[in-house]
Design a binder for this molecule. Structure first.
Ligand code: ARE
Ligand code: CA
Length: 588
């Protein structure tokens, strides 16, 4: 056994409370090394005479990536506490793995050897709002979605869509424009909108806030925003705003006060100023987001700053009934701030969704005391490499996705924000060199995966554009210029997600095949009622595959064509055309 590869550590994705009575336990072993794993477990205080009462339960191998296998078991300890270890075997040997190391035989005279899950305190169970699991997000960059009111257009506004987007030009998009197009969004089927910043700011992207308590006048006013939220809610659409708390904008009055009064400013501790006088060239001598001098970093450890930002968090929930906050540059702000932020906003409205913008491994923020989810860019990267860029094969893709899934608890994965692109990345169609069939397959994967998918405005009608600022083009509203075929594809995928629970977020996901030669994948999602099978061919050749399931005499429904059929032999062979896919549903 490759001992160096074996790993477990409680109170993260390896051992966590899934709900108030269920523990999930995971073990990592070397790839194709252990052949069976048993969990040896018991209540620490349950002894009869001098013998600790332990039980054994088989763990299941649930995933594999390039280096490791992952074993899983769900268990309900009767007194909500557990000591446990692992018995691993293969043809050569059987070994015991505990917190204190490896043994030949399980040491049963002292529970101190074992891993400890002390107690399932309900308070500590990760709990994201229930509604998030069934939400299909749509991201709007307000300056570029629709111009519904010409009266609020900024000076020098350009005619809609007549120029390439730049970092400084304006096209007049606003909140009224969104209200005018809510029926379009309903028709598409989405159920949540994530707005990039809408508060008063200087630039066209509004990440350089001037006033956190005001709607940017180029976008409208508070009355219009209130109407927008109400109109969304009437249609069952949730509203999430962008909280830019890592930094303010250059023209934020407290920063202007520091520029004016320097060391004597009462706001000097609101920022991280390294020395006075303040300079901006060649580099700012105060901390900023990246090296953007227009974005001075806020000192969230300062009591006044903290109170001010927490009130911003509460205010828009309390007064406008918004449903979520997306937290900009979330990983550069201290954890204490986020713990207090969670309490503050959830006190106003219990089921507000808190989504952190973190591009990297994010377990430290996802223990239940800070965020409900993060923007799942590791998922994005893997999906684009396989479906859009042809950089990796099916097997490598399955490894990446399984690694992403294994890095978080299941309840975290169920609400992960799975995006394919955003205002910070090139458009999917551009990444795929305009090859639409690849994008169709990519969307089919995203919308049949677990977590909550997000569509970046315009991707559904074939907008193109390279890295920021080019990915922020004006939305195309002339129907003849929209790719309606792509729109219908996305609409159909969304409707499947809504109509079949197992297709959406209510089934256990598993890779069944990921073949590097044919480049096809087969994955399933399963719950008590249904088995959903998806087969995808990411190649330019038609292929025939045999599905490894016992399907004899079962009624199989093709979700895409809505045809029902059954098979006489035990295995089902299917043909997948180039870049084709099949979605099959089997009633149990
Ligand atoms: C401008 C230029 C960019 C340039 C950038 C950095 O347009 O081409 O790369 O400056 O100097 C907002 C605007 C941007 C603007 C930026 C600065 O929308 O147009 O960019 O302000 O003025 C990291 C952060 C992540 C951040 C991204 C952009 O971790 O938080 O960089 N995203 C948020 C928003 C942005 C916003 C800001 C932050 C600032 O979503 O829209 O930018 O408020 C790797 C790294 C990640 C990195 C990621 C992307 O994966 O590991 O940490 O994210 O790449 O670069
Ligand atoms: Ca306008």
């Amino acid at each position: 056994m490759i001992k160096q590869a074996i790993y477990h550590r409680p109170k993260n994705q390896y051992a966590y409370a899934y709900d108030k009575e269920t523990l999930h336990i995971q073990l990592r072993t070397g790839r194709n090394d252990a052949e069976a794993v048993q969990l040896i477990h018991g209540d620490p205080y349950f002894w009869i005479e001098k013998s600790w009462q332990v039980q054994r339960a088989a763990m299941k191998k649930v995933a594999q990536d390039d280096l490791f296998d992952y074993w899983f078991i769900a268990i309900k300890p009767p007194f909500r506490r557990l000591r446990y270890g692992f018995e691993l075997s293969n043809k050569q040997e059987t070994i015991i793995y505990t917190e204190k190391g490896f043994y030949e035989k399980a040491p049963l005279d002292d529970t101190a050897y074992y891993f400890c899950f002390p107690f399932i305190n309900e308070m500590d169970v990760f709990e994201a709002p229930e509604w998030v699991k069934d939400t299909i997000w749509y991201q709007i960059f307000p300056e570029r979605f629709a111009n519904g009111n010409k009266d609020n257009d900024p000076e020098g506004v350009l005619e809609w869509g007549t120029a390439k987007p730049s970092s400084s030009n304006f096209f007049g998009g606003d909140l009224k424009g969104v209200i005018d197009h809510l029926d379009y969004l309903c028709d598409l089927g989405i159920s949540g909108i994530y707005f990039t910043p809408i508060f008063k700011a200087y630039s066209n992207h509004k990440y350089d806030t001037i006033d956190y308590m005001e709607i940017d006048p180029q976008f409208g006013d508070k009355k219009t925003f209130k109407r927008l939220v109400e109109e969304c809610h009437k249609r069952g659409i949730k509203v999430m705003l962008d909280a830019v708390f890592n930094h303010s904008g250059y023209f934020f009055p407290p920063f202007q006060d520091v520029l004016k009064n320097q060391e004597n400013s009462r706001y000097k501790n609101w920022f991280h100023i390294r020395e006075f006088p303040i300079v901006t060239e060649p580099y700012p001598n105060y901390d900023t987001f990246a090296f953007a001098k227009s974005m001075p970093k806020l000192n969230t450890e300062n009591h006044e700053v903290k109170e001010y930002l927490l009130e911003v968090g509460r205010y828009w929930v309390r007064e406008f009934n918004i449903d979520g906050w997306r937290l900009d540059v979330a990983n550069e702000i201290d954890h204490t701030f986020w713990r207090e932020f969670r309490k503050a906003v959830k006190e106003v409205k219990k089921d507000v969704y808190i989504l952190g913008e973190i591009w990297h491994d994010s377990m430290p923020w996802l223990h239940g005391d800070q965020f409900d989810a993060v923007m799942n860019y590791p998922f994005t990267t893997g999906a684009l490499q396989y479906f859009a860029k042809d950089e990796i094969n099916a097997e490598e893709f399955s490894h990446i996705i399984q690694k992403v899934l294994q890095s978080y608890p299941k309840n975290v994965n169920e609400v992960a924000f799975n995006l394919l692109g955003s205002h910070d990345t090139p458009r999917i169609l551009t990444i795929a060199n305009g090859e639409k069939q690849k994008i169709k397959l990519l969307l089919a994967f995203q919308l049949s995966f677990i977590g909550t998918p997000c569509i970046y405005y315009g991707d559904e009608i074939g907008l193109t554009g390279d890295q920021d600022p080019e990915c922020r083009k004006c939305m195309e509203w002339i129907e003849d210029k929209q790719d309606r075929d792509l729109y219908n594809h996305v609409q159909k995928l969304i409707s499947l997600r809504k109509n079949f629970r197992v297709f959406g977020n209510h089934g256990q996901f598993n890779f069944v095949e990921a073949n590097k030669d044919t480049n096809h994948i087969v994955y399933t999602k399963e719950n008590a009622d249904h088995l959903f099978i998806s087969a995808m061919n990411h190649s330019d050749q038609e292929i025939e595959i045999t599905l490894p399931f016992e399907l004899k005499d079962k009624t199989i429904r093709d979700l895409w064509t809505n045809e029902e059929f059954s098979v006489k032999e035990s295995n089902l062979s299917i043909t997948l055309e180039a870049y084709g896919f099949r979605f099959l549903l089997i009633q149990k």
